[in-house]
Ligand binder design. Structure first.
Ligand code: THU
Length: 160
């Protein structure tokens, strides 16, 4: 037998202002999207903005449902829209911002497992990394250079 060590490399910025201007602009789009969140059940609003290689920006927010599992996270709302609207256009970067209406969220909020799996699908399909930046309402921002970096041992089409 042998042991395998898997590592992820993340960059942590102290605040949004430390980031390059184009990333700040994308995060602001994610903030605007978060304001459109429909989250009456969790009171947790999430916004996501995706930069495409054609310079279009696609956004999404979490959309909840009285039948809880029928709701959808912001990241998947955005990425499915991008895939549906701009098939074949490479996705370069995703910015995510999240916050609770019940308390101040200053921890960076990473995409959930189901969203990572969904983002991975497009990263594998386009054979180009999707950079991710995520944060809470304020405070630190985390960057991952790719989705694969956040989802070791990803299940993808190569196994089918
Ligand atoms: N949520 C997202 O939109 N993205 C995530 O990655 C984590 C969770 C949403 C789902 C639900 O509407 C609320 O946040 C609380 O889980």
């Amino acid at each position: 037998m042998k042991e395998i060590k898997i590592e992820s490399l993340l960059t942590v910025y102290d605040n949004l202002e430390e980031l390059p201007n184009d990333v700040i602009a994308l995060m602001k789009k994610a903030m605007e999207a978060r304001d459109k969140s429909y989250s009456p059940y969790s009171n947790f609003s999430v916004g996501a903005a995706i930069l495409l290689e054609n310079n279009k920006i696609v956004t999404g927010s979490n959309q909840e449902n009285a039948s809880y599992p029928s709701g959808l996270c912001a990241e998947r709302t955005a990425i499915f829209y991008a895939g549906a609207q701009y098939p074949g256009v490479t996705m370069l970067r995703m910015a995510i911002i999240a916050g609770s209406r019940n308390k101040t969220t200053d921890a960076p909020i990473p995409p959930c497992g189901a969203c990572r799996q969904s983002i991975a699908e497009y990263e594998v399909k386009q054979d180009h990394p999707i950079e991710l930046f995520f944060m809470g309402e304020k405070g630190k921002v985390v960057k991952s250079h790719s989705l694969a970096n956040l989802l070791p041992l990803v299940f993808d089409k190569s196994f089918l």
